[in-house]
Design a protein around this ligand. Structure first.
Ligand code: ADP
Ligand code: MG
Length: 761
């Protein structure tokens, strides 16, 4: 029996999903798998777990598990459900990549999809659970898709064993054919239950013209107009990224000041930064004569049948909105004058925002103010913000694009899909009729694709293939994907993993057909299992597995953590917001460049290149206590540095679980690597990034001006370049490895490190 507060009960009864409780529970009893569709805000995420709990699914044979593609949703929904049920967070809990509050009393567990995938690796039958809900399936995140594929097999297995388990797939859109009409996935199509949305009409206003460049400026103008001229009601704004969100919040707060107390975090008493830096750099490096060599066969492998309870998926936990990439700042002051008479309560909302900050959007705004939430597409479906009457939609979304063959990637702001735009508009009509302002014309809307593609078709899949092989799914091509990745992507992944030593080399004998088959079903090696246990991409995992040699592990962990977290440095290429700020900016640019040069060091250490800069930055930042001020002063993104700190802890645990004899720990006062160690580190980096080798153009090629400072790679016809901000921009070594190629104005390599010709296999 659940003892809800009367006020909560009253609010629940208004949710459309409540009307379907009987239907849903009957379908659950009679079918192993069901699909529930209902508009955002209809109550799926908060209510369905409660239905199951009240029907006894939480007690007895197992607990109720719910997966979310975003960390934000896992945390906030667990709190909400605990509150609605009047239960402690010991009972309704959450688990995300780095943290959780699950206890032995937990009955309802919200988690990210990556977390559940890791649990399947430890217990394929998921015996702790009596029911699994896959939420937000319409987002088609890679891990959601894989989980549905796996669960389509696990559920029948459980039933066969007499330990029945149920699967519920929940979607905010009606487009579920990929799940229901896919015979490979579910031989009997699961029933689909539709929840009628209690949606008030939303009037759509298209722009006559579509601003192509300054859409954030247009968004700002629109909000000002709504706020000045239209009746009360919250405003929800959709932008593409975190930097944009912050810029707009700042502009709005300047235009409509609202101050109550001081909301900024207190200034930490920070260590003397230059002192910290000097200490970090104060290297007493001994000269070594002969170059050490790393033994590529000397890696750490996982002890059989032992896993670290804490290990946890990482890759899938990343946010999907790409909101991390800083993009051009368009300044703070335009023609709008500060207007204190109309307070606007402006709140940002994006995935990486601290949970306390996120929680603010659910609370009523201070009396006499109007709420304005400036969000990335997190607010599109996962979270329902109360009392929104106006939606302002820029119509765009920031996404990462990969070239399937070359792996070249780029972040692009593109038009969103019609389905997404309609989801965004729908946010305006939850509590009363609303308005949606689309800052593009109806003709442009007509050209949008109907739906967004499943993520799995848009990115490399080596991490997934490794995870699946670790689950002993050798023939990944036969896996029941809701939408399968391309054959090319699967072949490329398998080849990379073989070259990293994570999969066994396929035999070179037999018929063409047999060899072809074998090439696509290589089993995992002990090294591959160890790599699969590290929550990072396979190339980085390989580096970790080799890291114990020459006491390099703490450095490898720090470098891998830095490589895994996106954009640790402030963008130095950013254009100045205005004329008079440009000299200030160029001064800052010069200083930060200087800083990076200091971190890169000289001589031997410089050859580790950009990875040395990362290592220096991480070391110096930790030494100074990882304060916001240190980061601000030194051009580091504070959020990224905090993330790196957590990831270092997590990787350290993971490495200790694989080879406990090294007993590595996170040392906040890590000294820089010796020259000797730097040479080892470069070889370890080559072992991980071996397929990302580039050679400086030479001979006749040099005569071609396009190729003068260019590099040749195996897969690209066109040259690629070292970025001017790279530590190795002036050195131009003959051979280098790179972390990735990003196409901006040119094809630039990022994360460049020099290698010696004689190391190359
Ligand atoms: P769905 O999953 O179908 O999109 P939810 O279960 O997330 O719907 O939301 C149902 C209702 O609960 C919404 O009206 C939303 O405003 C409300 N709600 C969700 N989380 C909170 C919260 N933290 N505080 C207050 N109301 C909330
Ligand atoms: Mg939901």
């Amino acid at each position: 029996p659940v003892d809800r507060l009367p006020k909560i009960q009253e609010a629940r009864l208004k949710l459309p999903v409540l009307a379907e409780e009987q239907v849903i529970m009957e379908a659950v009893r009679e079918n192993p798998c069901i699909v529930i569709c209902g508009e955002t805000g209809s109550g799926k995420t908060t209510q369905v777990p409660q239905f199951l709990y009240e029907a006894g699914y939480g007690s007895g044979r197992g607990i109720i598990g719910i997966t979310e593609p975003r960390r934000v949703a896992a945390v906030s929904m667990s709190h909400r459900v605990a509150k609605e049920m009047n239960l402690s967070t010991r009972v309704v809990s959450y688990q995300i990549r780095y943290e959780g509050n699950v206890t032995s009393d937990t009955k309802i567990k919200f988690m990210t999809d990556g977390v559940l995938l890791k649990e399947i690796q430890k217990d394929f039958l998921l015996q702790r659970y009596s029911v699994i809900i896959i939420d937000e399936a319409h987002e088609r995140s890679v891990y959601t898709d894989i989980l549905i594929g796996l669960l389509s097999r696990i559920v029948p297995l459980r039933n066969k064993k007499g330990l029945p388990m149920k699967l519920l797939v929940m979607s905010a859109t009606l487009r579920v054919e990929d799940f229901t009409e896919n015979i490979k996935l579910f031989r009997t199509p699961p029933p689909v239950i539709k929840v009628d949305a209690r949606q008030f009409p939303v009037t759509i206003h298209f722009n006559k013209r579509t601003p192509m460049d300054d859409y954030t400026g247009e968004v700002f103008q629109k909000i000002c107009k709504i706020h000045r001229m239209l009746p009360p009601g919250g405003i929800l704004v959709f932008l593409t990224g975190q930097a944009e969100v912050h810029n707009l919040c700042r502009k709005l707060r300047n235009a409509f000041p609202f101050r109550k107390g001081n909301t900024t975090t207190g200034e930490d008493a920070d260590a003397d930064t230059s002192e910290a830096m000097r200490k970090f750099k104060k290297a007493k490096q001994k000269k070594t004569v002969s170059l050490p060599r790393i033994d590529l066969d000397n890696y750490s492998a996982l002890p059989m049948d032992e896993g670290d309870e804490d290990r946890d998926a990482g890759i899938g936990d990343e946010e999907y909105d790409g909101s991390d990439l800083e993009i051009g700042d368009d300044g703070t002051s335009t023609g709008e004058k500060a207007d204190p008479s109309i307070p606007l309560y402006v709140l940002p909302l994006y995935s990486l925002l601290a949970p306390e900050q996120q929680a603010k959007v659910f609370r009523p705004p201070p009396p006499g103010t109007r709420l304005c939430v400036v969000a990335t597409n997190v607010a599109e479906t996962s979270l329902t913000i109360p009392s929104i009457k106006y939606v302002v939609d820029c119509g765009r979304v920031k996404k990462r694009f990969y070239d399937r063959v070359t792996g070249v990637s780029s972040f692009k702001v593109t038009w969103t899909s019609q389905a997404s735009a309609n989801q965004r508009a729908g946010r305006a009509g939850r509590t009363e009729p609303g308005h949606c302002y689309r800052l593009y014309s109806s003709a442009v809307f007509g050209d949008f694709s109907l739906f967004s593609e499943a993520e799995i078709t848009r990115r490399p899949v080596e991490d997934l293939v490794l995870q699946m092989k670790d689950l002993n799914i050798d023939k990944v091509v036969n896996f029941p994907f809701p939408t399968a990745p391309s054959a090319e992507a699967l072949v490329a992944a398998e080849q990379l993993l073989v070259s990293l030593g994570a999969l066994t080399e396929p035999p070179r004998t037999g018929s063409v057909k047999e060899m072809e088959q074998a090439r696509l079903s290589c089993p995992v090696t002990p090294l591959g299992r160890a790599m699969a246990s590290f929550p990072v991409a396979p190339r980085c995992a390989k580096m970790l597995a080799l890291g114990k040699q020459q006491d390099c592990l703490p450095y490898v962990i720090a470098v891998v953590a830095a490589m895994t977290v996106r954009e640790i440095f402030e963008d130095l290429d950013r254009p100045a917001p205005s004329e008079d700020e440009s000299s200030k900016l160029s001064q800052r640019r010069a200083r930060l460049t200087q800083m990076r040069r200091l971190w890169a060091g000289q001589g031997a250490s410089l050859l580790l290149g950009d990875l040395m800069v990362m290592l220096g930055a991480v070391g110096a930042c930790e030494f100074a206590g990882c304060t916001p001020k240190f980061c601000e002063d030194n051009g580091l993104r504070y959020k990224a540095m905090v993330e790196i700190r957590r990831l270092r802890g997590q990787l350290t645990n993971a490495v200790n679980a694989v080879c406990s004899e090294v007993g590595v720990f996170v040392n906040p006062k890590m000294t820089p690597p010796t020259e000797h160690q730097v040479v080892c580190l470069r070889q370890i980096v080559l072992a991980g990034l071996g397929d990302h080798l580039a050679r400086r153009a030479q001979g006749e090629d040099m005569l071609d001006p396009k190729l003068k400072n260019g590099y040749k790679t195996a897969l690209l016809d066109d040259p690629v370049y070292i970025h001017p901000t790279s530590a190795l921009f002036k050195t131009l070594p003959d051979f280098i490895v790179y972390q990735e190629i990003m196409e901006t104005t040119k094809m630039y390599m990022r994360g460049v490190s020099a290698v010696e010709a004689e190391w190359i296999p």
